[in-house]
Design a binder for this molecule. Structure first.
Ligand SMILES: [Zn+2]
Ligand SMILES: [Zn+2]
Length: 214
């Protein structure tokens, strides 16, 4: 059953408020979708939510759909912002449009391609899918932060956690990009690594944001 984009937007906002901020319900007036939008009727007729006195509550089916929707949204963000490197409002917009194209099967493929990331580029958790559990069980975790490597070890850059940072952008402009080979040379007092013919020194916080496939 494919939901409309508005309905998915509502479920997503509910996920953030209820599952991540610990609220019991959401005031409909606080949502970006206006109270008279047919998306609310869509969700109640599918028994995904309950609406009482202007407050919207999850039913179990709605909670599951919210989880999947937020998962698709954050995977889309990873793809748009990290892999395609489209950032700022434009990246945000594209991620919002793209997530609706990721139905089941496609999100699994994307998640696998991204190596089952656990957070979005904003550091918010991505609810794991079956593919993530399977990868974890077979030990095929794939990617780790640069800080998990020992000096002398190398890998391929899988993605960068926070491209918003000016220094990270500078590193990216110098070739610290997904797909490139990275070799860790030193871990103390700062992380020194080589990509191509260049050497870079970064602090621990930044080294943690460089995600490497060993
Ligand atoms: Zn995000
Ligand atoms: Zn996965």
């Amino acid at each position: 059953m494919k939901l409309t984009e508005k309905a998915e937007e509502i479920l997503e906002a509910m996920w953030i408020a209820i599952e991540e901020e610990g609220k019991g319900f959401v005031e409909i007036d606080s949502l970006s979708v206006p109270a008279d939008d047919p998306a609310y009727r869509e969700l109640t007729s599918l028994a995904m939510v309950e609406i009482r006195e202007g407050r919207i509550y999850y039913r179990p089916e709605g909670r599951e759909a919210g989880r999947e929707t937020i998962r698709r949204h954050r995977l889309a963000e990873r793809l748009i912002m990290d892999v395609l490197d489209i950032r700022g409002d434009s990246g945000e917009d594209k991620a919002c449009q793209f997530e609706h194209l990721l139905d089941q099967g496609v999100d699994t493929k994307l998640c696998t391609m991204l190596n089952h990331p656990s957070t979005c580029p904003h550091g918010k958790p991505i609810p794991p899918g079956d593919c993530c559990e399977a990868a974890r069980q077979t030990g095929d975790l794939g990617v780790v932060p640069l800080t998990e490597l020992k000096s002398g070890e190398e890998g391929d850059i899988a993605y960068l956690q926070s491209g918003d940072d000016k220094k990270m952008q500078k590193l990216m402009a110098l070739g610290v990009l997904p797909g490139n080979r990275i070799r860790l040379l030193q871990t103390f007092p700062s992380y020194i690594f080589r990509v191509g013919f260049s050497e870079f020194a970064v602090d621990t916080a930044m080294a943690r944001e460089i995600i490497v496939r060993k």
